[in-house]
Design a protein around this ligand. Structure first.
Ligand code: ASP
Ligand code: MG
Length: 422
């Protein structure tokens, strides 16, 4: 990496999940030659899940939220103490202030829309982690400027899946992210024109890095993970997963679209537009080469890639009078899926039935089904597994179908999708 390189680095929750990994991250940052990188961090470890649980409890109007808030407080203050040597310092004060914000948010009755409240609460995770990491780096002698990314990334008000206002964001990048000093900021969150916090969707910090790269014309984006790079399968599920060395933007978009967890699906588009390469590196073995995603049609080594999605729901929808599936009906179904915020993972139709596979979303599945039932006959099946294989061959396909009941199957030249009973 040359000194003049303009990089955006993103560290995910796993990389700052405990003291040991956080120290590793700090070491990596201190070793860079590049003087003024932009560093994006996610919430610590499983903090986002914890904040989600707090939001749910707030909505259930029970008291679990207070216990969970204590867990959040203890976890972060302990982290501060471990990194900075005490719980009474400027950093701890800032952390306490942020925790008070959570407290305020969950006091009383839920007021508005669930997704709105969710974003106000869950976004605190990134504010906490970035505050602590910024102080810790300074404590180690690595000067950096903490930036509230909500001053920079402007979005619309689609809470939990906010859409970026690129023009405004680009302008703000020019004023807030000038590179005279390293910048430390949050992934995942943005802000509406009315000053309400939004989030970009779970795992959205990668996308933040890509947004900032696009808007500042960075030369590369580096995502630091606990895996050696972009793998052909989730190593947690497949023990023979292999690292993909180079992957084209196109292929990465396909993999992310089908649910490969390594990169947030929206991350690649802005990078592809400007030809900004994305490196996926391991914070555990920072000296080893990771994966590189860039322009071109490369994909090496050329092995099948597997993407597994659990907790899938198959909805089969029919007109009540058994009439044929019409474009009108399909478009009405799509409209409801979109209104409830569901994303289709696969679809298929026969003469009288339209089938769609979606992720289960406990809050919204029932209302969706109830709404569809007003006009259609709806059958559904939950707890299914969707396997997507890119660059499949017959032997690998057979391995999957041999011992399981196949509910649906779909093939294109490059992609095979199989819906299985778990
Ligand atoms: N903290 C958020 C999440 O866990 C965003 C991210 O990690 O990228 O979904
Ligand atoms: Mg995360």
């Amino acid at each position: 990496m040359s000194k003049s390189t303009k990089s955006i680095h993103k560290f995910g929750g796993a990389s700052i999940r405990n003291l040991e990994t956080t120290k590793k991250v700090a070491q990596i940052i201190q070793n860079w030659e590049e003087p003024n990188p932009i560093i994006v961090v996610s919430a610590k470890g499983k903090t986002t899940n914890l904040l989600e649980k707090i939001t749910e409890s707030f909505y259930r109007k029970d008291d679990e939220k207070w216990e969970l808030l204590e867990e959040l407080r203890e976890d972060h203050l302990q982290w501060v103490e471990d990194l900075l040597g005490s719980r009474t310092n400027a950093c701890a004060d800032e952390v306490n202030n942020l925790l008070v914000e959570v407290e305020w948010a969950i006091e009383g009755e839920p007021r508005g829309d669930y997704d709105f409240e969710y974003d106000q609460i869950v976004s605190i995770g990134e504010l906490l982690s970035s505050t602590i990491i910024s102080h810790y780096l300074r404590h180690l002698g690595y000067e950096n400027q903490w930036v509230d990314i909500r001053d920079v990334i402007r979005t619309d008000n689609s809470y939990r899946r906010a859409v970026v206002d690129w023009e405004y964001t680009e302008k703000m990048c020019a004023s807030y992210l000038n590179r005279n000093t390293p910048i430390l900021t949050q992934g995942f969150i943005g802000c509406t024109s009315e000053n309400f916090t939004t989030t970009l969707g779970r795992e959205g910090s990668d996308y933040t890095a890509a947004i900032l790269a696009y808007c500042t014309n960075a030369e590369r984006v580096c995502i630091w993970k606990d895996v050696p790079g972009l793998m052909n399968a989730d190593p947690a599920e497949f023990d023979d997963a292999v690292k993909l060395e180079t992957v084209s933007f196109q292929e990465a978009i396909e993999l992310a679209y089908f649910g490969a967890k390594v990169i947030h699906p929206k991350t690649i588009q802005p990078l592809k537009k400007k030809g900004i390469p994305l490196e996926v590196n391991s914070f555990i073995q920072p000296d080893q080469e990771g994966s590189r995603i860039e322009n071109g049609d490369d994909y090496s080594p050329l092995v099948p890639s597997f993407i597994l999605k659990h907790n899938q729901v198959l909805l089969s929808i029919q007109a009540p009078d058994y009439s044929f599936i019409s474009e009108k009906m399909i478009s009405a179904i799509f409209k409801e899926l979109d209104r409830f915020g569901f994303r289709m993972n696969m679809m298929q139709n026969s003469a009288i039935s339209f089938s769609v596979i979606i992720d289960n979303n406990d809050h919204k599945l029932e209302p969706l089904i109830e709404t569809l039932k007003q006009n259609y006959k709806v059958l559904f099946n939950t707890g299914l597994k969707l396997v997507t294989i890119r660059h499949y061959d017959e032997p690998t396909a057979a391995r999957w179908t041999k011992n399981s009941e196949v509910l649906l199957e779909q093939r294109t030249r490059q992609t095979l999708q199989i819906l299985l009973k778990s």
